[in-house]
Design a binder for this molecule. Structure first.
Ligand code: ADP
Length: 474
């Protein structure tokens, strides 16, 4: 089957969070399972784009209401990522370094979707499945079904994966005319609660809806930033598929970003060496347990709690622990987390920013990874932590619920129910006890490295979903 993945992110082309990791890995594993999976993302002017040599395979024009833009489809011919990568260049809208957070994001991602469909139609392509990811590409199912320009694609099966239902891409009716002409009687497929809601439209129009974990599918039927009723209604065509991780890229034996490699046999030595390196860089004490956090500093991750939580934990367990934070997001939280370094130097440090290499080093060198998320559709960090022998400490929610079981229940992590300072601090107390019980601590660290979260079986599940809709198509 020929499957196109349409996304705003794809590691290593452009990554902000887990969406990038998934779109950079799933297509590779689909290809290994004898499918033809291609990825299409915008051509941002970032480091990857600047160092890559492309072939221009198509050029055309697209219309966004009164505006006309030229676009080019660029193909990366080496297939070094394990799939065919296409990037759509629309210089006026994407010749910028970042993926998101521009005032004209609505126009940018609308133009991207229109350019993609124009390309398919102008080159007479008939893919078997269009797989859309999150709201940035969620208008494609509507457009193929109802826009006159794309009649040749009308019966192409579409699937949408919800990586994060909080963000829906809403825009007002003043921009309705940016969409290519469509049958106006179908306008209801675009709408939710008085605005045009791309994610809602994708959920209504796609042939299948998937979420990135089974628990998240249950949760968003009750709490989905306004889409609860829609998700309940569309439940029969929805399913939760737990993400995998790219175990070729994320392998402590070969990870090029690590200072010291290790495997199951020498993980104690290897992790200790990575921890020592980290502690030296951040002036921490490598003899004490190292608690870490990696991620976006936003309310969903519980990041607003961190400044308070860190101070309480560093007081309550004075001199017994280290905390290291890597993240960026809410400027106020960033400032508070930086400020704490003056009070707790030697026990606490924070790196404010995005740093892929440091993230790998932290997964390898840490003892524990904190994830007190309020919302976690899947969460990849806990799976990377497991693979690198770092014990996850998670709030039971979404994908965290599906992947981490408490050590007290015969599992291998530390779990709690509330995103609250007291729950997190209490779990740090439990972790200190576990760390002190060296035999148990090492047994847990050994066990978690062997848990299989690779994409192989997950890719098979996606293939059966694709097959089910392409059969419907026949
Ligand atoms: P989300 O997509 O909600 O941000 P996920 O757990 O699904 O969360 O994925 C987060 C991904 O982004 C992981 O690969 C994680 O290591 C990475 N990441 C997040 N913040 C940073 C950062 N500041 N520096 C490096 N990597 C980061």
């Amino acid at each position: 089957m020929l499957i196109y993945h349409l996304s705003a992110e794809c590691y290593p082309v452009a990554k902000v969070g887990g969406l990038g990791d998934v779109v950079g890995a799933l297509p590779k594993y689909l290809n290994q399972a004898q499918q033809t999976a291609r990825v299409v993302v915008p051509a941002y002017n970032n480091a990857f784009f600047q160092k890559t040599e492309y072939q221009t395979v198509h050029q055309g024009k697209l219309r966004l209401g009164p505006f006309v833009f030229s676009y080019s489809v660029l193909y990366e011919p080496t297939n070094q990522l394990g799939f065919e990568l296409y990037q759509i260049a629309i210089p006026e809208l994407f010749d910028r370094p970042n993926v998101y957070s521009y005032e004209d994001d609505t126009e940018r991602f609308l133009a991207f979707q229109i350019a993609f469909l124009n390309w398919l139609v102008e080159t007479n392509q008939q893919p078997d499945v269009l797989h859309c990811h999150d709201h940035h590409t969620a208008l494609i199912p509507f457009m193929v079904q109802h826009c006159y320009n794309y009649e040749s694609l009308r019966f192409t099966p579409t699937i949408i994966t919800i990586h994060n239902g909080q963000y829906q891409g809403w825009f007002g009716y003043d921009k309705l005319h940016y969409l290519p002409a469509f049958d106006l009687s179908k306008i209801g497929y675009l709408e939710w609660n008085g605005t045009i809601n791309p994610l809602a439209s994708g959920i209504k129009c796609a042939w299948k809806v998937t979420t990135v974990s089974p628990s998240y599918l249950d949760e968003i039927s009750n709490k989905a930033n306004g889409l609860e009723n829609l998700l309940r209604w569309e439940r029969p065509k929805s399913l939760g598929i737990l993400n995998g991780i790219d175990t070729e890229l994320w392998n402590p034996k070969t990870d090029a970003l690590l200072e010291h490699h290790y495997g199951l046999r020498d993980f104690k030595k290897g992790k200790a060496a990575n921890k020592k390196w980290l502690c030296e860089q951040f002036r921490l004490d490598h003899e004490k347990p190292l608690f870490t956090f990696i991620g976006r500093l936003v309310g969903e991750k519980g990041a607003d709690l961190f400044p308070h939580m860190a101070s309480i934990a560093l007081h309550e367990f004075s001199g017994q622990i280290n905390i290291l934070i890597l993240g960026s997001g809410d400027p106020e939280v960033e400032q508070q987390l930086s400020g704490l370094q003056h009070f707790y130097s030697g026990h606490y440090s924070a790196y404010i920013g995005y740093n892929e290499a440091l993230a790998h080093k932290i997964y390898a060198g840490a003892d524990f990874l904190l994830m007190p998320s309020r919302v976690e559709p899947c969460g990849l960090n806990q799976m990377y932590a497991l693979r690198y022998g770092t014990i996850p400490m998670v709030r039971r929610t979404g994908g965290l619920r599906d992947t981490v079981m408490d050590v007290g229940d015969g599992g291998f992590g530390l779990c709690y129910d509330q995103t609250s300072v007291s729950d997190v601090v209490h779990s740090i107390g439990r972790a200190i006890q576990l760390f002190a019980d060296t035999k148990k601590f090492d047994a847990v660290r050994k066990e978690i490295q062997q848990i299989d979260h690779s994409w192989n079986s997950v890719a098979e599940t996606y293939i059966s979903v694709y097959q089910s809709i392409s059969k419907q198509h026949l």
